[in-house]
Design a protein around this ligand. Structure first.
Ligand SMILES: [Mn+2]
Length: 328
């Protein structure tokens, strides 16, 4: 609960913050905002992520507030020595991939701030609010509760968490409170159109060309209730692209009138298959992803499969077919 998070902050001095592998705008923005807030009240903070922070979000990290785990200086001893560890925008250690072991083994107090449904908590305290559109909304509440101010850096980082996790205030997770928080951030000086451009209009041409390829190769299934795209490493190489460039593709596909579910099936560099599910308003894709070892939100979820791209396509289409039949 929030109270326990505040107590932990008041009673301790050294913090390690972490988020999920390949942080998105919410993961990265939440790390930056919370670490700036904690540093501002005199705490020692290290914030780490694994995987790749896409260059889009570099502008959030000009002061190096968040560090790539493998490139950071001695992160394991900092994790081991921290008094408090906070996991943001995730509620399973495995979502941190290579950081899982050091985080688990640390004797720090372990807290979670998240908005994904949680199955079973292995943490000392969790503050999970599935009604929050972004974890940044929760960080905003935490800062306000503790009497903190919204500095320029915190305001920008929090606004990015909301912008990205609500698809610019378009997704069904957008609430009146989301807009109230956004208004507060604007009052604090956030320049909205500038941030919109920084996040959405800094695409390398390869990403836009790859999007063109994806849109030209949409598969329709389940009586047109399902639209899916499959992208191999070979295709990524052909377009000089990378996996992160597929971010946002499923949301474009979901705009097709009759479609309830859209799925992106993509081959990672290590041969594993990344699957992203989106649904419009019926199918619980969190439950669907969980049945394949993943998870997320009811309208946006994902999983990782250890099989060939072809096998993954067959499995996913069959699973979606079953799930759609069950929810009719
Ligand atoms: Mn999030």
């Amino acid at each position: 609960m929030l109270k326990e998070i505040i107590k932990a902050i008041n009673e301790h001095d050294s913090f390690v913050l972490a988020t999920h592998f390949n942080p998105d705008g919410d993961g990265a923005g939440s790390l930056v905002a919370l670490s700036a807030f904690l540093k501002g009240i005199g705490k020692k903070v290290h914030a780490y992520y694994t995987g790749h922070l896409i260059s889009t979000y570099n502008f959030l990290n000009t002061d190096g507030d968040i560090e790539q785990y493998e490139e950071a200086e001695d992160p394991d001893s900092r994790i081991a020595g921290a008094e408090v560890i906070m996991l943001l925008d995730a509620n399973e250690w495995s979502r941190t991939e290579k950081m899982e072991r050091p985080l688990k083994e640390s004797r720090a107090l372990k807290l979670v701030i998240d908005h994904h449904p949680i199955e079973e908590s292995v943490f000392d305290s969790t503050w999970v609010d599935v009604a929050a559109a972004s974890v940044g909304e929760l960080i905003h509440k935490l800062i306000k509760e503790m009497g903190g101010g919204i500095t320029e850096k915190i305001g920008i980082a929090l606004y990015v968490t909301i912008l990205t996790d609500t698809g610019s205030f378009r997704f069904s997770n957008t609430t009146a409170n989301t807009h109230r928080i956004a208004a507060d951030l604007i009052d604090a000086g956030v320049k909205t159109s500038h941030l919109y451009q920084a996040v959405y209009e800094r695409n390398p041409v390869e990403k836009v060309r790859l999007l063109g390829h994806c849109l030209a190769n949409i598969h329709m299934d389940c009586n047109d209730l399902m639209a899916w795209i499959s992208v191999s490493q070979e295709t990524l190489k052909k377009y000089n692209g990378a996996l992160w460039m597929l971010d946002g593709v499923v949301e474009v596909v979901r705009t097709i009138t009759e479609v309830e579910t859209t799925v992106l099936i993509a081959e990672r560099e290590d041969g594993k298959i990344k699957v992203s599910f989106r649904s419009r308003d019926k199918l619980d894709v969190n439950a669907l992803a969980r049945s394949m070892g993943g998870g997320g939100h009811p309208r946006a979820a994902g999983c990782k499969l250890d099989m060939s791209l072809k096998d993954a396509e067959e499995l996913v289409v069959r699973k979606v077919e079953e799930a759609l039949a069950a929810c009719k």
